[in-house]
Design a protein around this ligand. Structure first.
Ligand code: 3HC
Length: 701
């Protein structure tokens, strides 16, 4: 593509209009900065041009640098657009619609004026891909809105709506946006003769804020300590803003570039870039195009007002959907509605939700008492007790009652979708919609395909997920589907390691140090050990070879269900969620080990980490080779958004690739010899080790 096609320049009424036209999001890919500079030079040279407008064609302004180019060798341009923009002699107006993100906003900040339509959003989200704004954003934004507000925006990476951006001082004027080009030209005419040209780089009054509040930067570091644990980029962002306050503009820019350079090729940035693209790739199911016609998604109902059903209803209400919720008795329904109210009230109390917003969301959830009341639904999501006979009974009833053509989805976390669908006369309209707990918080939605699920059914479930802010990922029908199935060996291995002598507190510390928000034993206590116990019982009844886990079984049989009974893997004080190591647990573990003839020993942190994660990598390979997951990166997205795997490590399979297939295979083979069948390497793992392939490209082999 020629530079001309990427960036257009034309003159109307004395105003030069520079239009970036690089679909889909006008990223600053190869040729775009050059095109902008060429257009600016034309505008400078043409005597009849009094002022200029920078805008984007299509759905957005400029979404930032082209993320695909990071980590690759790039030509160094003699001049950067930012410098050319603010060194011109004619005023330039950035006219923003859609998004002005990263390098997009940085270019706008280098313009003399910024106008936006009210639906536009601006932000410096570089931190989310492990870097910092490297186009002057850390130096200009603090000058424009003060270091405190700038730091908050840069460190959070959040998208700021245009009206708020105007209040902050980023946007000069909000325009109606019916015809942004015409409005921008009209605005440019009003400022065309104003001199001197306002340049953000020249203003320093706002920086004085830092002098009055010298603890500001340290305070920010402390406030993000938990959230940004182990991460480099958020701290580099703070350091760059600090430099804006202590250095002259050009020196600050040099500091920003140095800090940017330290981040660009870091492992964390690589992991986060990979996650960015994996999170987009996951939306694609081969054979199902974007243009597929989907049935309506207006009337949605949830069957089951328990914790999951309530959470699913909240997820829908949070995104503006009206949803009916039904349960077997008025008492259970009332209790479920109360839980929903309470959950929202907690968010209001914590300050993460405004009371007015809660008052808008709660009435969107309509409790109804009979299945007949949801007969007109387009989509029904079943979230009743996880027992096959119960599910089948509900589906048979739904099939009779709910209008023909409606989609029936199950929130089962493991059961056979085909068996559930078999009791209906519409198996093509049945699929799994597996939410993760708490459903209104966790972003993962596993869309599980039954053998007869129609493409439109799957595409509708995926779209529904995206519409309510979830990352919807395809999974084939198998026990535990993809996410839980790949996580299961981790869960087994942690208990077996405990029997061998790795205590919960050591294992949890290793995983928290690795980057998980909580260790797996503490998570078990939070979720309730009785849940795993019940499911092990069910599985053991169905499969005589099912592996017993005597330690957690003993804990549950002693009434140690986790946090709710103040004892589980840890002990707890009333009203406090802090886990305390419990000598009683150590004693039980030692007793079980003795009974089973297991010699207890010490573990290195490295061994713990590898035992847990390699077990899952091996299972993930089996899932891939069976075609139950479409790609390794989908499994990564599931781990990031279903299980709290640290995003800066990319995901389970990306992390394993950093270690290398050969080493993962060698280790698994060694444990296969030592521990037996459960560590048998997956065929795919063997093949990859032989061929020298990588996990992330596994499907291409
Ligand atoms: N670079 C390369 N590709 C990008 C991109 C970027 N900055 N932003 C989006 N894309 C691609 C996506 O990968 C996707 O491609 P696909 O269709 O092949 O999957 C396509 O554009 C559409 O993106 P989305 O599916 O995400 O579209 P949405 O409408 O849902 O969201 C968006 C639009 C909010 C702009 C979102 O794409 C986004 O957040 N993009 C990234 C923004 C960002 O991080 N900018 C900073 C970049 S770093 C930078 O600027 C450094 C500078 O400081 C020097």
């Amino acid at each position: 593509m020629s530079e001309q096609a990427l960036v257009r320049f034309d003159v109307e009424d004395g105003i030069g209009v520079i239009t970036v036209d690089y679909p889909p999001v006008n990223a600053l890919g190869p040729g775009v900065p050059e095109g902008i500079i060429a257009a600016l030079e034309k505008g400078e040279a043409e005597p009849n041009v009094k002022a200029m407008v920078l805008m984007g064609a299509g759905r957005t302004f400029i979404a930032g640098a082209d993320i695909r180019q990071f980590g690759k060798p790039r030509p160094v341009l003699p001049r950067r657009t930012y410098d050319v923009l603010d060194q011109g002699t004619k005023p330039i107006v950035a006219a923003i619609h859609g998004f002005a993100l990263g390098g997009g906003l940085e270019n706008a900040l280098a313009c003399n004026y910024r106008i936006a339509v009210s639906s536009a959003k601006v932000g410096l989200p570089e931190v989310n891909i492990g870097i910092l704004p490297g186009g002057g954003g850390t130096q200009r934004l603090p000058r424009l809105i003060g270091p405190k507000a700038a730091m908050e925006m840069i460190v959070s990476g959040r998208h700021v709506p245009a009206p708020e951006a105007k209040t902050l001082g980023i946007i000069d004027e909000i325009v109606a946006g019916k015809d942004l080009r015409a409005e921008a030209i009209a605005y440019a005419k009003t400022i065309a003769d104003r001199r001197p040209l306002p340049r953000v780089r020249d203003s320093s009054e706002k920086l004085a804020q830092a002098k009055g509040d010298p603890g500001m930067f340290e305070g920010m570091r402390k406030s993000i300590a938990r959230r940004a644990r182990n991460q480099i980029a958020p701290y580099h962002c703070i350091a760059a803003v600090e430099a804006a306050c202590s250095q002259a503009f050009d020196d600050g820019i040099k500091t920003e570039r140095r800090l940017f350079g330290e981040l660009e090729n870091s492992d964390q940035a690589k992991g986060m870039r990979y996650a960015f693209f994996a999170e987009r790739e996951v939306a694609r199911i081969p054979g199902i195009g974007k243009d597929i016609a989907l049935p309506p998604m207006k009337n949605i109902a949830v069957v089951g007002a328990g914790t999951m059903g309530g959470g699913i209803a909240m997820s829908l209400a949070d995104f503006g959907h009206n949803v009916k919720i039904v349960d077997a008795t008025p008492e259970v329904l009332a209790k479920g509605m109360q839980r929903i109210q309470d959950n929202y009230a907690i968010s209001v109390k914590r300050g993460s939700l405004k009371q007015e917003e809660m008052d808008r969301r709660v009435p969107r959830i309509h409790p109804v008492e009979r299945l007949e009341d949801i007969a007109d639904s387009d989509i029904v999501i079943e979230a009743v007790f996880e027992e096959m006979p119960v599910k089948k009974e509900v589906f048979a009833k739904l099939d009779r009652i709910v209008k023909p053509g409606a989609l029936l989805m199950t929130n089962s976390s493991a059961l056979d979708i085909d068996e559930i669908a078999s009791v209906t006369k519409r198996p093509e309209l049945v699929c799994g919609a597996h939410f993760f707990s708490p459903a209104n918080v966790m972003k993962l939605l596993e869309v599980v395909a039954g053998a007869k699920s129609a493409p439109t059914t799957l595409a509708t479930a995926m779209k529904m997920g995206r519409d309510i802010g979830k990352l919807a990922a395809y999974a084939g029908n198998c026990d535990g589907f993809v996410a839980n199935r790949s996580r299961a060996p981790f869960g087994t291995e942690m208990v077996l390691m405990a029997e061998e002598g790795a205590l919960p507190e050591q294992v949890d510390k290793v995983m928290v140090d690795f980057g998980y928000p909580m260790g797996p034993f503490a998570v078990g206590d939070l979720a309730g050990l009785d849940i795993g116990y019940a499911s092990r019982r069910r599985r053991a009844a169905a499969d005589p070879n099912f592996r017993k886990l005597p330690v957690p079984d003993r804990l549950v049989e002693m009434g140690r269900y986790g946090q709710k009974t103040l004892a589980g893997w840890y002990r707890y004080e009333k009203g406090d969620r802090t886990p305390h190591p419990d000598p009683e647990v150590k004693r039980i573990i030692a007793e079980v080990a003795k009974d089973m003839g297991i010699q207890q020993r010490s573990f290195t942190d490295e061994e713990i980490l590898r035992r847990l994660l390699f077990a899952s990598v091996n299972e993930a390979c089996k899932i891939l080779e069976e075609g139950k997951a479409l790609r390794a990166s989908d499994i990564d997205v599931m781990w990031l958004h279903g299980f709290g795997f640290p995003r800066y490590r990319g995901g389970l399979m990306f992390w394993a690739d950093q270690i290398g297939v050969a080493e993962v295979h060698r280790q698994i083979e060694e444990w296969h010899q030592r521990y037996g069948a459960r560590w048998k390497p997956a065929n795919l793992l063997r093949e990859l080790a032989q061929s020298g392939g990588s996990f992330r490209d596994a499907k291409k082999i």
